[in-house]
Ligand binder design. Structure first.
Ligand SMILES: NC(=O)c1ccc[n+]([C@@H]2O[C@H](COP(=O)([O-])OP(=O)(O)OC[C@H]3O[C@@H](n4cnc5c(N)ncnc54)[C@H](OP(=O)(O)O)[C@@H]3O)[C@@H](O)[C@H]2O)c1
Length: 337
């Protein structure tokens, strides 16, 4: 049994971490729920009991064996060294350490072998990158990945609990004949879509797109992988979708890809053209697996494949991937006893 800290426990990801720990029956002897001063003293539910949220501060990590961080990169930079010093193994959902050469960036289905070294700090990838990696990995294993062109359809909850509430409010306002207002996002999301709301760099790519490229390269250990992402926010509450065209080092037929993906861990093939049934965020929500479908060949290029992915970014893109890492570490004796 482990003493487990959840940093950012009141947030969209923090809440999902509690639900996944329950769902997976992770052996928790004591929960340390941490958030900002704003929510200190409020309560969260875990394992049928109410737990008082505590303010994130240095003393909170005494005796903690595993800490899940999802309270933004600034908090991770400040408090992860403190948690590590207190002896906790840390899984970080923020972007703070993802590109640090000393820190493994792990999607267990893809590069879970990095956990054999029993690292003390493990970074959880960007949600869109994690979902994409699960679908690409089985194909990369058989045919070698050469390039990826991907367009994302990213849900509101990818930007946190307040963004999810904003979409809900905008939809109700719209239906009630009121002009919807945007506060969390830069534009109204209800009945609209817009280029991802992260800062745009001098190369024209926004931060989300840059993260997808850099992190996919790191996860697959393919530093020169060619990649063209276009990240878009869509009025969906939960689960990200991605339209992918991937090129490999050898021909891969749609049939072979469907067969390989059908047997791959973490993937569920949803590909029923006769019913026009393919992956949808509605079906992906709440699922640990990533849904993959619309698997098609590319005319004139037998080495390329097109497909469509939907994955719950709060689960495989965050909470589930983090708990899965903890489970894998526990299995390898990589958690403090
Ligand atoms: N949403 C996703 O799909 C997703 C996916 C992958 C990774 N992530 C990453 O996970 C992290 C959390 O995202 P989220 O979507 O859960 O955001 P969120 O819903 O806005 O939650 C943020 C959490 O951080 C806490 N927090 C904020 N400032 C704090 C401070 N000064 N001290 C202590 N705690 C503080 C908040 O506590 P209060 O309630 O007290 O403010 C809340 O618990 C971010 O780093 C994000 O990039 C998110």
């Amino acid at each position: 049994m482990y003493k487990v800290a959840v940093v950012g426990v009141t947030g969209a990801v923090g809440q999902e971490i509690l639900r996944v720990l329950e769902r997976r029956k992770f052996p928790v002897s004591e929960l340390v729920p941490l958030a900002s001063e704003r929510s200190a003293g409020t309560e969260v539910e875990f394992a049928g009991k109410k737990h008082k949220v505590r303010k994130l501060e240095a003393g909170a990590f005494a005796g903690v064996q595993i800490a899940f961080f999802s309270a933004g990169a600034t908090r991770s930079r400040e408090f992860i060294p403190i948690a590590r010093k207190a002896g906790a193994v840390v899984v970080d959902n923020s972007s703070a350490f993802r590109m640090d050469l000393q820190v493994p960036l792990v999607v267990p289905e893809v590069n879970g072998d990095l956990l054999d070294a029993k690292p003390g700090l493990i970074a959880n990838p960007n949600c869109s990158a994690a979902i994409l990696a699960v679908a690409l990995a089985p194909l990369h294993r058989i045919a070698g990945l050469e390039s990826v062109v991907v367009a994302t359809y990213q849900s509101a909850s990818g930007a946190g609990a307040r963004a999810m509430e904003e979409l809900d409010r905008q939809v109700r306002d719209y239906a009630g004949g009121k002009e919807p207002q945007a506060e969390v996002f830069p534009h109204v999301l209800a009945f609209n879509l817009f280029s991802h709301n992260s800062p745009v760099g001098s190369d024209g790519y926004n931060e989300e797109e840059t993260k997808m490229v850099e992190e996919t390269r790191k996860i697959f250990a393919l530093p020169t992988l060619k990649m063209v992402p276009t990240c878009v926010r869509v009025p969906v509450p939960r689960a990200h979708s991605e339209a992918v065209v991937a090129r490999f080092n050898r021909p891969v037929s749609a049939r072979e890809a469907r067969d390989i993906l059908g047997k791959a861990p973490g993937v569920r093939v949803v590909d029923e053209p006769e019913k026009n049934l393919f992956p949808m965020p509605r079906h992906a929500s709440g699922e640990l697996d990533v849904l993959v479908g619309r698997i098609r060949s590319v005319e004139g290029d037998p080495n390329s494949l097109a497909f469509f992915v939907s994955g719950d970014q709060l689960l495989k893109g965050a909470a589930w991937n983090a708990v899965q890492i903890a489970e894998e570490l526990a299995r390898r004796g990589g958690l403090p006893v």
